[in-house]
Design a protein around this ligand. Structure first.
Ligand SMILES: Cc1cc2nc3c(=O)[nH]c(=O)nc-3n(C[C@H](O)[C@H](O)[C@H](O)COP(=O)(O)O)c2cc1C
Length: 398
């Protein structure tokens, strides 16, 4: 049995599986259930100072199913952050930490672009004993209309201000949660880490329109005949999230290995176990929590091979329930056993070294073809039938 425990920003988790912010962490009751089943940590549903402005609608979910199996492959939501007051949450954060002092509770927070607002929410939430903060810079619907959520997350200058304020006030580790609804996810992430955040969580949902009903001609989910663009999650988003995690890890840990650096990455991998820190990325000590479409231990292993320390699951829990954790741990353990990995650090970031530029792929293929063409480099390679051709190939420019 491999050791699945991880230590991130000084926090020790029994396994790397974290409940992602959303319905599976929406009150103390369900958070307790997650701990009882064995989840490594919980990020609670996002809270803000004034929940009276948070008004949800129904229906607010829509699902994409595979044609044959009817399996849910994609999930869309137009749900806002928590509509429960911060006072209620303060009581529940304290209650959860009293009941589960050894388990990791991460508060997800969001507010308007005002220093006093961020100071207040950080101070009030950390006073309840939560272990870490996740800054929600990524909710794609509703809140951006008030310049919150992904509206902040798309603007590195605003992020620099907010993360500096939070870093000044916070006494616990801080992760910044990134929106995928940008062209270059590394730009906002770099701003957050440079301003003092300890880690990055990625990704939140992808801005989407789920479909249009061909009978009513109304977009879905339909609320009073109308709709609004929502956030897409679940299995379907995993390839996009994997790409973004790869880019973030490369920026943070420097293990991308482009062109000539590819061999350097490979060498360093051999020398230090995971090849990340030796390459001197921009933020070698920052942590990375990967999110998007995780429903199996193999999915989690893929994110870890691309540099993630922990993996968050939201939609997967909505589809399969809290017991999913048992399957996730068993599958990750089986993967590690198969390769002889004893700890997650033994393989974290390993596959980053295999990413390179397209031009480098072309060069590698040309090199391989030339090698296969069989230019003689050793005496034993001379062949009677090809002797004249081989002689020709060895003639220089004379
Ligand atoms: C119904 C629903 C509500 C969500 N609410 C929040 C939220 O309040 N705060 C937040 O940071 N992310 C929220 N998310 C985003 C998830 O935490 C996660 O980043 C995203 O769904 C991708 O992961 P997944 O495929 O495992 O769901 C929500 C997702 C869903 C599906």
């Amino acid at each position: 049995m491999a050791d699945l425990s991880v230590t991130v920003n000084g926090l020790k988790l029994p396994n790397p599986f974290v409940i992602g912010s959303g319905p599976p962490g929406t009150n103390a009751n369900v958070i307790s259930r997650a701990y009882d089943e064995g989840w490594g940590a919980v990020v609670a549903k996002t809270v803000c100072l004034d929940a009276s402005k948070i008004i949800n609608v129904a229906p607010r979910y829509a699902r994409m199913r595979a044609a044959q199996t009817r399996e849910v492959v994609g999930w869309q939501n137009i749900e806002l952050i928590s509509d429960r007051s911060l006072e209620v949450w303060e009581d529940e954060f304290k209650q959860i930490k009293d009941q589960y002092p050894d388990r990791i509770l991460i508060a997800s927070i969001m507010d308007e672009y005002r220093k006093d607002a961020w100071f207040e929410i950080v101070e009030r939430v950390q006073a309840c004993g939560v272990d870490a903060l996740e800054l929600n810079f990524s909710c794609p619907h509703g809140l951006p209309e008030r310049k919150m959520g992904s509206a902040m997350g798309q603007d590195p200058e605003i992020l620099t201000d907010v993360c500096s304020w939070v870093s000044e006030a916070a006494r616990v580790p801080v992760w910044a949660k990134m929106t995928p609804n940008v062209t270059h996810i590394c730009d906002p992430a770099h701003a957050c880490l440079a301003a003092g955040c300890d880690g990055i969580s990625a990704i939140n949902t992808i801005l989407s329109v789920m479909g249009v009903d061909l009978d009513t001609l109304r977009p879905q989910p339909t609320v009073e005949g109308h709709s609004t663009a929502g956030g897409y999650s679940g299995k379907a988003v995993r390839p996009i999230a994997l790409r973004m995690v790869m880019e973030l890890a490369t920026m943070m840990y420097g293990a991308g290995g482009k062109g000539a650096n590819a061999s350097e990455a490979s060498t360093n991998h051999g020398s230090n176990g995971n090849g990340l820190h030796a390459l001197g990325g921009a933020f070698p000590n920052a942590t990375l929590s990967a999110i998007g479409g995780v429903e199996s231990g193999d999915h989690a292993a893929q994110y870890m091979l691309l540099g993630a320390h922990t993996v968050q699951v939201c939609t997967g829990v909505m589809i399969h329930g809290y017991k999913l954790i048992h399957q996730l741990c068993a599958e990750l353990d089986a993967f590690m056993d198969r390769h002889g990995f004893k700890t997650i650090e033994d393989f974290r970031g390993h596959s980053l070294q295999y990413f390179t530029t397209h031009a480098d792929l072309v060069q590698r293929q040309a090199d391989q073809k030339a090698a296969k063409a069989g230019i003689v480099t050793e005496d034993a390679a001379w062949e009677g039938d090809a002797f004249v051709q081989q002689s020709d190939e060895l003639v220089g420019n004379s």
